[in-house]
Write a protein that binds this ligand. Structure first.
Ligand code: GRF
Length: 203
């Protein structure tokens, strides 16, 4: 009689963590908050890759120093389709399931969005649908708003226009400048993004 190998037990009864790829263009403070949250017990996601259009992005060096796989591809001098194909290939070779934009300052093409439909999320520093695009804090102050904030949303072909997954409000003070408001909104972003991404990854 031959011994047959014992059946493989289920890993632990828990779902596998979703693999997240983060796209950044700069300092990456939101990326750092996602990394920190991914390292807490019970996180439903793990960071499989941090990629950037800026090879010198400070956040990329931080990620590499924290043993997170990184990828950089400058779009300079090549067609946008080639640039995005390189990013897409890097994400796929890291088995990424969710793409999280975190200060990624480039518009994704409709083709890229279609390839990852429903699986790209972004954090935007306003209470969408107000103030899509840039200079959100200056525009909120100029409008006389009492409240600013940030939003995490699904990325679609429409700039900052996809389904809103979560928002956090930040009061605007009478003496706020765009910079002081940006600092407080950024702190709210660092709380909101990991929470919303966790809900999204677990859904
Ligand atoms: C954040 O304010 C984010 O909402 C916006 O760009 C900024 C990126 O900051 N999309 P960081 O690189 O995450 O520090």
């Amino acid at each position: 009689m031959t011994d047959s190998p014992p059946p493989t037990p289920p890993a632990s009864g828990r779902e596998a963590k979703k693999k997240v790829g983060i796209l950044i263009s700069g300092r990456g403070s939101n990326m750092m908050s996602l990394v920190a949250a991914s390292n807490t017990p019970g996180s439903p996601y793990e960071i499989a890759l941090v990629a950037s259009d800026k090879p010198a992005a400070a956040g990329l060096a931080w990620a590499a120093a924290h043993d997170i796989p990184t990828f950089a591809q400058s779009p300079k001098g090549i067609p946008k389709s080639d640039y995005e194909a390189a990013i897409d290939a890097a994400l796929r070779s890291a088995d990424v399931e969710i793409v999280a934009l975190a200060g990624y300052m480039r518009l994704l093409s409709d083709d890229f969005v279609a390839k990852w439909r429903g699986r790209i999320v972004n954090i935007h520093p306003s209470l969408l649908p107000k103030y899509k695009g840039l200079d959100t804090h200056a525009r909120a102050i100029a409008a006389g708003d009492a409240v600013a904030g940030c939003s995490v949303h699904i990325v679609t072909e429409e700039l900052d226009g996809g389904e809103i997954l979560g928002q956090a409000e930040v009061p605007i003070r009478p003496d706020d400048t765009p910079d002081t408001l940006a600092d407080r909104v950024l702190a709210a972003e660092h709380r909101l993004y990991p929470q919303v991404l966790a809900q999204f990854a677990a859904s």
